[in-house]
Design a protein around this ligand. Structure first.
Ligand code: ADP
Length: 270
């Protein structure tokens, strides 16, 4: 809790009861943010108190996917209150970047150096008042950059979920990002395979991106002490993509879609 506005402490310190999952991937465009946003909404729909920290400096797409693009946090005295989207408290690095007339805010964050990114993430975790949360999801930038290392230092208890597509090459880069997290002491709990086969009208599955990448990444990341499993396989879904474009998460609007069911089932496992 914030005390008197000055002696601010980390809300998610070692004594915190909040479970923290950091969602990462080896490269961009594999659906990491789409998954994180929908997973957060699915967890909130189960009655859990959920927050999302969008730390993806290259994308910060969570507010858009959740239909609150342009929303700003509310400042009350020294406290920063995160906007709410579908019962999820959302804070995004994009909310703290002054937008330019050309709208190139993302480029400016990407050019930030490591220490500035570290301070911003630290500020998210101290000045932003989430209240008591059951689950905090972090949307990390793809790859093995400064943010992943900062999270490892600030939130060593965070558990890592790796997102990959079924392509063998994607599994390889996914493995690298997870290994960085493990080096900073975080536990890799599982792999989510996204953009898995596209269900066809005749009931068959079209494997547009091949198959096996999720299982492959999980096998590579498993150690005898720390087995890593495929937590979910989410099919390609036009509804999931459209829901992200329009800010209406399919776990709420199309709960019977196979992609929505896979995400809801993942939420039930966490
Ligand atoms: P990342 O966070 O990994 O960069 P995004 O979540 O931004 O990826 O997703 C990249 C694009 O792919 C978005 O347009 C998103 O709507 C789309 N997408 C993600 N998952 C799926 C899926 N299972 N089926 C169809 N489109 C998807």
């Amino acid at each position: 809790k914030l005390r008197g506005g000055r002696a601010k402490t980390m809300q998610f310190g070692p004594d915190s009861l909040t479970r923290i999952y950091a969602v990462t991937s080896g490269k961009g465009g594999v659906g990491k943010s789409t998954l994180t946003a929908n997973l957060g909404v699915a967890l909130a729909a189960r009655g859990l108190r959920v927050g999302i920290v969008d730390a993806d400096v290259f994308g910060f797409s969570i507010p858009g996917i959740l239909g609150i693009a342009g929303a700003k946090p509310t400042q009350v005295n020294e406290m920063i209150l995160p906007p709410l989207a579908h019962d999820v408290k959302v804070i995004s690095i994009g909310m703290f970047v002054p937008s330019t007339s050309s709208g190139q805010a993302a480029d400016r964050v990407v050019s930030w150096r490591g220490p500035m990114l570290h301070r911003t993430i630290q500020q998210f975790l101290t000045d932003v008042y989430f209240g008591d949360l059951d689950i905090l999801l972090l949307d990390l930038p793809p790859g093995t950059g400064d943010i992943a290392i900062s999270i490892g230092q600030l939130l060593p208890q965070a558990e890592i979920i790796v997102v990959t597509t079924p392509q063998p090459a994607a599994a390889e880069v996914a493995e690298r990002s997870a290994l960085v997290a493990r080096q900073t002491g975080q536990k890799v709990i599982g792999v989510v395979e996204n953009m898995a086969g596209l269900p066809q009208a005749d009931g068959s599955i079209l494997d547009i991106f091949g198959s096996g990448g999720g299982a492959d990444a999980a096998a590579r990341l498993s150690t005898p002490e720390e087995p890593v499993t495929v937590l979910a396989s989410i099919p390609l879904s036009i509804a999931l993509r459209e829901g992200g474009d329009t800010g209406r998460p399919i776990v709420l609007t199309h709960p019977d879609e196979p992609a929505a069911r896979a995400i809801t089932e993942l939420a039930a496992q966490l």
